[in-house]
Ligand binder design. Structure first.
Ligand code: MOS
Length: 754
């Protein structure tokens, strides 16, 4: 093997742990010194390079490829096309549950979206493979691309997102609208967006007989290993995925994709290691995106401003060959008290790659529309938007009356509003200007994200020297799992952080679940906590049964773990070091193991969400319509926060993504060719530093005795939710113009500003 992945694991560090500050990222030093090895940094001996040839049409058929020219190019070893590609043990058209997608692996000559792989060229060098791919000179039979709401085929989905119901209904929405004193109806549009992780999708695949080793960035190691095993007809234990570091994932590295499977195929076919790295442009197609939505909201309010009905409908785009739909309308289910709520989805088939989960799937797009609609409803009632939200505050989950496991949203509203200065906001739009004459507006939105739990396992080994090794196959895509999970381990073991060696990012370790759904710390952390406690319990059994121990006879319940010692609860002067207990027992270690799953009665009995409130200030040049977010304040309650430094960082990143959603991001499709016109980071706009305002994140205290043993909810995705709506509402407050499509464009405002 080219490198020992265990040597890549961040070593125990003291940074921040003893100065009263939350620890900094354990992997920080490896990354800033360039020693962190990412998937594409691996170069096993005899490695070949693979390059995807991608379709330049959106729909049709490949009728000719000049394979001979490509193969004749010096250094080219093989060209995979539908004619010669090896068979898979599992039909790539059949999804592998629970998160499987239909993957595109040259199963036929049909082109279903632009950027679809149509061949794979493998060569001795990257240059030769790239040249070979260019020589293929594909000829197409081209059909007109279906790119818009008007020319795609509509369908009623079986499910949205990852297995959510496409339609949820409480009460009678039509009756609620009929009896309302005021009704607000509006349509909103959100664009296709692409994950654009800094690190492109990459894989280095190496076969040894029927054993497969993959260096690849991966958010779901156990599930992926099982899926690769199924595709290649080997036992799941024969697949090892090494993913110590990811340069961002955002959902796109939780799902298997065709190009990676093709590279693995080539490695097996040629019996040599193969590396494939997608180009930036190739990340706009076969590896998922956030699908377009067209959302319609209808809200009814009584004379006091109380909701009588909330109807949220989303038309969500997907591909012609798979079903993933943005569950946007479901964003309206958990947040506002209304006697009648209807959330429903329709699908639209376009000639595009299949969308997939992208940071806050459903909630990001859905809350952008919902929070603007709520602002419009407050306006219709002549109410302050915060007062309107408080009046319609849901004390229990709307529709089913389930109690929230915890919900400190009121405190989020209060703390955020106070920090922002919301009380000084004029009710009417266009009332504020800055010293240069720019229009100033203030808007807000509510943030919400559910708290799923993925089954996870962990192992904790207390060693003879009193230190510990804790292992779980999780993934750190930059969010800080290396650090937060090690902190949980240290706490459960009664050790300092620098006494805990933490291994993760390797599929042969105990299954750490999925780094997704904002659930990694909660899921893997619960397992780690359990494993640590289990190891301590085993150690306590040894000590309390040993007449030579000062803890003899205390019983398991009678000792606690702290500072590397077991201490009698009833007499703190009687304690013993872990190392001494093990030494006297002649044991080199004790091992604890735990599996953490959500208790079904908790799952069915409670509504579990993180909440937040986001406040935004924008300034707009009245001559040019140029918009800038100048201030953002978010206040979030997400249960127990393991590491405030890293949680705050997640909130800031999420809110900046909200700026991006509101003002920047959009993949633009050329209606003539069906191709994405801005498939690069020069023209696919994301915020640069100059676009990012003063961002402030408040960590609102919240205790949750229900959600899991740790009381941890999740912080990874909630920052995006609420933020785009807050910015759009601030734009309205500045200008009196109501934005209803994202990103908000200058041309939406210009002509209405003077
Ligand atoms: Mo996420 S979209 O669950 O990585």
């Amino acid at each position: 093997m080219p490198h020992d992945v265990l040597s890549q694991m961040p070593r125990p560090t003291r940074f921040g742990s003893n100065d009263g500050q939350p620890p900094t990222r354990r992997d920080g030093e490896l990354k800033v010194t360039g020693r962190a090895v990412y998937a594409a940094d691996n170069h096993p001996d005899r490695m070949l390079y693979a390059v995807i040839a991608a379709s330049r049409i959106a729909r049709g058929r490949v009728v000719a490829l000049d394979v001979a020219a490509a193969k004749a190019h010096p250094g080219v070893v093989e060209v995979l096309t539908p004619d010669n590609r090896p068979a898979l043990a599992h039909d790539p058209n059949e999804k592998i549950p629970p998160f499987g997608f239909r993957i595109e692996v040259l199963q036929d000559d049909t082109v279903r979206y632009p950027g679809q792989p149509i061949a794979l060229v493998v060569a001795e060098t990257l240059e030769a493979a790239t040249e070979g791919a260019a020589l293929l000179d594909p000829r197409y039979e081209t059909l007109p691309a279906r790119t818009s709401r008007d020319d795609g085929e509509r369908f009623a989905p079986q499910a949205v997102g990852v297995g959510s119901p496409p339609r949820t209904s409480y009460g009678d929405v039509e009756a609620g609208l009929a009896e309302a004193a005021r009704v607000v109806e509006a349509d909103y549009v959100t664009p296709a967006q692409y994950h654009n992780a800094m690190e492109p999708h990459a894989v280095v695949a190496e076969w040894d007989g029927d054993r497969l080793t993959l260096d690849m960035p991966n958010q779901a190691l156990a599930l992926s290993a099982a899926s690769y095993a199924a595709y290649f007809g080997v036992p799941p234990g024969n697949v090892t995925i090494r993913s110590p570091f990811l340069g961002g994932g955002f959902g796109s590295k939780a799902i298997l994709n065709g190009p990676q499977v093709l590279a693995i195929m080539a490695a097996r076919m040629l019996d040599r290691p193969v590396k494939l790295v997608l180009t930036r442009a190739q990340m706009y197609g076969p590896v998922g995106h956030r699908g377009q939505t067209w959302q319609s909201l209808r809200l009814g309010m009584d004379g006091d401003g109380r909701l009588t009905a909330l109807h949220h409908r989303s038309l969500s785009a997907t591909s012609t060959f798979d079903d993933f739909l943005e569950p946007a309308a479901n964003a309206s289910l958990p947040l506002y008290a209304s006697p009648a709520i209807l959330a429903e989805h329709e699908g639209l088939r376009l000639d595009t790659g299949t969308p997939g989960p992208m940071r806050a799937p459903g909630e990001a797009s859905g809350s952008a529309a919902l929070e603007v609609a709520i602002d419009e409803a407050a306006e219709a009632c002549g109410m302050d938007p915060l007062a309107f939200r408080l009046l319609n505050y849901a004390e229990t989950e709307p529709g089913n009356g389930k109690p929230f496991s915890s919900k400190a949203l009121r405190a989020c509203y209060e703390d955020g509003a106070r920090r922002f200065g919301w009380a000084d906001r004029p009710l009417e739009p266009r009332r504020m200007r800055d010293e240069t004459g720019f229009l100033v507006g203030w808007g807000m939105g509510t943030a919400v994200f559910p708290c799923p739990h993925f089954p996870a396992e962990a192992r904790a080994t207390l060693r003879a020297d009193g230190t510990a090794l804790v292992e779980t196959a999780g993934a750190d895509m930059g969010q800080g799992a290396w650090t937060a999970l090690a902190q949980i381990a240290a706490e459960s073991l009664g050790l300092d952080l620098d006494q805990v060696e933490f291994h993760s990012g390797l599929s042969t370790l105990p299954n750490g679940g999925v780094a997704g759904g904002s659930a990694h710390t909660a899921s893997a952390g619960s397992a780690i906590d359990g494993a640590g406690r289990n190891a301590i319990a085993r150690l306590a059994e040894i000590a309390t049964a040993d007449p030579a121990s000062p803890l003899f006879g205390a019983g398991n319940i009678g000792v606690e773990a702290r500072g590397g010692r077991l201490v009698r609860r009833d007499d703190e002067s009687r304690s013993e070091r872990y190392a001494d207990i093990l030494a006297r027992a002649g044991q080199s270690a004790v091992v604890g193991f735990a599996k953490a799953e959500r208790d079904p009665s908790t799952a069915s009995g409670y509504a579990m969400y993180s909440h937040g409130a986001v406040f935004a200030e924008v300034k707009i040049d009245p001559s040019l319509g140029q918009m800038r977010v100048t201030r953002l304040v978010g206040a979030f309650a997400a249960g127990r926060i393991i590491n405030p430094r890293l949680a705050r960082s997640q909130y800031l990143g999420g809110m900046i993504w909200g700026v991006s959603f509101a003002l920047h991001e959009e993949a633009v499709t050329d209606a003539r060719t069906g191709r994405i016109m801005n498939a690069d980071l020069a023209e696919y706009r994301v915020p640069v530093n100059a676009d990012v305002p003063a961002v402030d994140a408040i960590l609102v205290p919240e205790e949750d005795p229900v959600v899991n043993v740790l009381g941890v909810k999740g912080v990874g995705e909630i920052g995006i939710t609420g933020t785009a709506g807050a910015i759009a509402n601030a734009v309205w407050h500045a200008t009196g113009v109501r934005p209803r499509r994202f990103p908000i464009r200058i041309e939406d405002l210009i002509g209405h500003l003077r």
